[in-house]
Design a protein around this ligand. Structure first.
Ligand SMILES: [Zn+2]
Ligand SMILES: [Zn+2]
Length: 396
């Protein structure tokens, strides 16, 4: 597309591009472009091509910053690619659709997801997986179906995509397999968080760990993901939620999300962290979540849980980092350690459930971030709360 001879006719932001072979509507809009690793983003005009088959062009209403944007912004080598339009946690409105798109139409409110959900492959049809095999997760610089970009700058240089979303742009093109239609009444500045962080954390407790009512949960790292895990565990009816962090100030914030106990991992004295947790819990937690992204903490987290407990790894260490367990350790332990991509959620099925939870006003703190517990409208027992969540799952 870069080599096509262009003539621009500007109608507000809409421009028509003429060439000998093609006449297509393109959009010229502002985007924050990451030109080089670690350098400030540059706000500039870019050209967003029309959506091809199975693709949708959306106007971004709201986008937030996820830590993965920062991680990939700093990466000099692949999968770091530049110039690139980062951003993947967002909500938008459908502006135009390509051929073979019947799931959404102009004006629909949609949440993009970096996880594809084609609905047709064996994995999408299975309740056990959220990893679409037709469009498996990759940190690709391109669109998913056809490895090309829909972005160019005004000099005709290709701009790379990020996580199939690239939401740091007024307009972006997203494959329909990566879009979830949602209730248009949901506040966009809250709902965009369901595009990645909040869904990942809540889903890890709800879907991946399947936290049981009245269980004990330990969470390593009380950042955005850790707080969302706490909220998910609270909704599932966990009776004790222990937050572990090096910053004691996070306990106060954590309380709003259901954290009941706090361990300052930098002040355990002569005892190891796992000894402290085991003493607090009478032998270990039922579930542990590693939300920091350090391989060493995965080992410690596994030591936290009871003999039959489950450790869920949500943090990502540096590329190439290994986890190692002795054969003896594995054989003699009934523990489970598992990863959790997007909290194990199936985007098209589960994001609308989380939106409904929010719209029902029964659980808003994980999106609002500043509200106290709103348990009045919740079923009063942990089992009932868990059941309420499950019923919503089945209610579709
Ligand atoms: Zn993210
Ligand atoms: Zn699929």
């Amino acid at each position: 597309m870069q080599s096509t001879p262009f003539t621009y006719i500007n109608f507000d932001t809409l421009i028509i591009v003429h060439s000998a072979e093609v006449s297509i509507f393109f959009r010229k809009n502002a985007a924050a472009v990451a030109r080089k690793a670690g350098e400030p983003l540059v706000i500039e005009e870019v050209i967003v091509a029309a959506p091809k088959a199975h693709e949708v062009r959306i106007r971004i209403i709201c986008t937030s910053l996820c830590h993965s944007d920062i991680t990939f912004w700093k990466l000099k080598d692949p999968p770091g690619y530049f110039p690139r339009i980062l951003g993947h946690e967002s909500i938008g409105v459908v502006e135009s659709i390509g051929e073979d798109v019947d799931e959404v139409t102009e004006g629909d409110i949609v949440i993009p997801s970096f996880m594809a959900d084609c609905g047709a492959c064996a994995d999408c049809k299975s309740k056990k997986s959220n990893q679409c095999s037709n469009f498996p997760f990759k940190v690709s610089p391109w669109m998913h179906r056809e490895e090309t970009s829909r972005f160019t700058d005004l000099k005709g240089e290709t701009l790379y995509h990020f996580l199939y979303v690239s939401s740091f742009s007024e307009y972006t093109v997203v494959d329909v397999a990566h879009l979830v239609k949602v209730d248009p009444a949901v506040p966009p500045n809250r709902a965009c968080l369901l595009s990645c962080g909040v869904s990942t954390g809540v889903g890890a407790a709800w879907r991946t760990a399947n936290v049981e009512a009245r269980s004990t949960v330990a969470i390593f790292g009380l950042g955005a993901i850790g707080l969302a895990v706490a909220e998910g565990a609270r909704i599932c009816g966990a009776s004790r939620i222990i937050g572990v962090d090096v910053n004691p100030d996070k306990f106060e914030r954590g309380k709003k999300f259901g954290v009941t106990d706090f361990v300052d991992s930098a002040s355990c004295g002569d005892k190891s962290l796992s000894e402290v947790i085991k003493e607090m819990t009478g032998g270990g937690a039922d579930y542990c979540f590693e939300c920091v992204g350090l391989a060493s903490l995965c080992h410690v987290s596994l030591a936290f849980v009871k003999g039959w407990g489950k450790t869920v790894v949500l943090g990502l260490d540096k590329p190439g980092t290994q986890l190692s367990f002795s054969s003896f350790e594995v054989l003699l332990s009934g523990k489970t350690i598992t990863g959790s991509l997007f909290g194990g959620l199936k985007p098209k099925h589960d994001i609308p459930i989380l939106v409904k939870r929010y719209m029902d006003k029964s659980s808003q703190q994980w999106l609002a971030g500043d509200l106290g517990r709103q348990s009045k409208r919740e079923t009063p027992t942990p089992e009932g709360n868990r059941e309420l969540f499950d019923n919503e799952t089945l209610a579709e």
